[in-house]
Write a protein that binds this ligand. Structure first.
Ligand SMILES: NC(=O)c1ccc[n+]([C@@H]2O[C@H](COP(=O)([O-])OP(=O)(O)OC[C@H]3O[C@@H](n4cnc5c(N)ncnc54)[C@H](OP(=O)(O)O)[C@@H]3O)[C@@H](O)[C@H]2O)c1
Length: 331
């Protein structure tokens, strides 16, 4: 059935300015790392994308290697995009990345000009797009000069293949250097994509300060710790969960659902109930409480998870007592 987006979609979402740029992003964005590969149901994938856009989620995040197999998330997204979202292209922010191993040989990994240019050409073909809105270097490369990687991002924008560029998983000092090089080249760094959640706090040790000082946005990935920070593992590991699915490609495994983690999750869940939120909503709200965060980048295996999670924007205020209680649980 052909798709018409919900007419009140923009009333349901909050939009935040991305750093000092002109771009606004939804406070909740959707990532296609898992659940959009060839091993997944296309019908479900279609429902997730439609539900997200119907609720004002205008940003879909991909990477060359998402699947599995690598490349299949972009290919499947391309098909769904063509069927449903072509009329809405100018209402969407679509990102992709390169930086992890994508193909054999010395040119299919890390951060060379050769890899980044070839990979984006492949991504555009798979998705059937003329350009992406944001192109990221996916992880720092200790061997390629930062000048080469950053000047390639600048080149790609000048070629019209991306509108903005970003970096992912760069530590504070290397992020500051990359941001300075890009500024010098005339293509400002739009955004940084780090892992950040109640269970993963490294960005608080300098990165968020660098981004604030430099006027760069921040879009944390895995804000639900791949599903740990929800109520789904409280009564064991469900067979349809990510932890039980052996998806590979960095997806969490069952042995990561430890008794210590579950104990914290249980206590956090009680606090979330007291706030009138699901644990997923509270975990996302906790990330969004910091104004330096532009958007939380969630994943979803069902449309209902999208509609549950995005309610986090209804309350991301925390009292000092609540924050202290959370710190006590996480310690
Ligand atoms: N830059 C990078 O290096 C990098 C790395 C990783 C991810 N990312 C990006 O970040 C995005 C999100 O990562 P993620 O998928 O790990 O994020 P996440 O939001 O931490 O985890 C998503 C998973 O949590 C579960 N879930 C989500 N909402 C739920 C809810 N309301 N109630 C119960 N369970 C819920 C689902 O697991 P089940 O499948 O078990 O139902 C879902 O697949 C990726 O798609 C990708 O775009 C970037």
């Amino acid at each position: 059935m052909s798709y018409t987006a919900s007419s009140n979609r923009y009333e349901q979402m909050e939009y935040r300015r991305c750093g000092n740029s002109g771009l606004m992003l939804p406070a909740v964005s959707l990532g296609l790392w898992h659940n959009f590969g060839d091993i997944d149901s296309m019908n479900k994938a279609r429902d997730i994308l439609r539900t997200a856009f119907d609720h004002g989620i205008t940003h879909f995040d991909l990477a060359n290697n998402y699947g599995p197999p690598p490349g299949s998330a972009e290919k499947n997204f391309g098909q769904l995009f063509k069927a449903d979202f072509l009329p809405y292209r100018d209402e969407l922010i679509i990102s992709t990345k390169a930086g992890w191993k994508m193909w054999e040989g010395p040119y299919g990994d890390w951060g060379s000009r050769k890899y980044l240019v070839a990979s984006l050409d492949q991504s555009l073909k798979r998705m059937g797009l003329d350009y992406v809105d944001i192109y990221y270097h996916h992880r720092p490369d200790p061997h390629t000069p930062l000048e080469e990687t950053m000047s390639t991002l600048d080149l790609i924008v000048r070629q019209g293949k991306a509108l903005y560029v970003g970096i992912s998983s760069y530590q504070p000092a290397e992020a500051a250097k990359a941001i300075a090089i890009l500024r010098e080249l005339g293509t400002p760094c739009l955004i940084h994509q780090p892992k950040y959640s109640m269970f993963e706090r490294w960005v608080e040790n300098g990165l968020l300060d660098v981004l604030e000082r430099e006027g760069v946005g921040c879009i944390p990935f895995s804000p639900l710790a791949q599903g740990m920070l929800t109520n789904k593992y409280l009564k064991g590991v469900p067979t349809d969960s990510r932890a039980a699915s052996h998806r590979g490609n960095g997806a969490m495994e069952e042995d990561q659902v430890t008794p210590e983690k579950l104990d914290k999750v249980k206590r956090l869940n009680v606090l979330a109930e007291q706030r009138g939120q699901s644990l997923a909503q509270m975990a996302l709200a906790w990330v969004l409480k910091d104004p330096r965060i532009t958007s939380v980048l969630i994943g979803a295996s069902k449309p209902e998870q999208v509609t549950d999670s995005l309610q986090c924007i209804k309350n991301y205020q925390f009292s000092s007592e609540e924050l202290a209680l959370i710190e006590g649980i996480l310690r």
